[in-house]
Design a protein. Sequence first.
Length: 395
Amino acid sequence: MSDDTDGTTGEPTRRDTLKYGGALAAGTALAGCSELVGRDGDSEPGPTGDETYSVTISPVGTVEFDSIPEAAVLYDPQVADHLVALGQQDRIVSLGFPDRYYTGFYDELPGVEFDTGDLTAFYTDQLTLDKEILYELDADIHHLDPLRWEGTFDDADIEELEQNVAPFFCNRFSRAHGYQGDRSYEYYTLWELLDKYAQVYQVQSRSQALIRVREEMLETIRAELPPQEERPSVALVVYNHDEDTFGPYRLNGPGFGKAHTRPLGANDALAEGTKSYASDYGNNYSMEAMLEFDPDVMIHSFDWTNVRERTEAFFDLGDHPVGGEITAVQNGRLYAGGSALQGPIFNLFQVELSAKQIYPDLFGQPPAPDESVPESERLFDRGRVADIINGDSEQ
């Protein structure tokens, strides 16, 4: 491996403190385990002297550090939420769409802020993520899944960027267990991913504290759930109002993309769907098919954090000659759902939101997008979460 310099002056940069293995691990023998070298437990100040630590993640392999990364390149919003949850948001230098990043959940957490105004945008009129941009950003770590960017970077590009700029550390296809290539790939839960990011930034006590918040909330929810046969049927969809069809999502499907609906154990209204119900638009379902499914509740995916024209059309289904007959429509059980692109903070709020949308009689009515849940009806403590993020309390 060549010396890590900036390629121009020969002077060492902060990336000299980062050492790493190959970006695309040949196998997954090491995946899923992390080894801290020269450290004992969680120590927020980070390594000193010649202490090093390493973290392993699929598909990258093992990345070795002897200092905490100061600047991080990001594209996906869920990765940003992980870093915010760990109090590391000031290290972020880029996002795919900084101007679209939803910060409404953070507004409810005292002292937690994430200003995206000065971040480099990788997508404006077109995608601008290329090697030159990464050289210019000169970050200490790339939270980019190299297999997500196979069409942009080949193996040689990844190796070059690792040697000359910074390592890669990300796992994107755990969202829906959706990797379709021919490389080895391991999937992680949202909370396993949080722990890996916490190891990178040496704040494991924060990840463990947030995991306890989530577990306690889920225990509270599950204790109240009725027997399976008494739970409502729920359709998780996106409405294509131009074609009058619905794109279906698996309510209880795998991956962190369903981490806000799967734990609630509702009955998937579309689970028995077949292509015989589909319109001419791939696997989308026609309005007539949706009436045949006749869900008790319909949740429009992604639109809590990004209200748009299709959302408005979804809420107008009561005026539709066929859609108006669907039970969920007749009973006013149409909701804007959370985003699949979620890290831990989004997930805590979106589990609470989904619980209220699916089981309002048990957990209280869901808030409108511009409202907060009354304190007496909250399913987790905002102040406790804020203290964890800010490093004021990790209990």
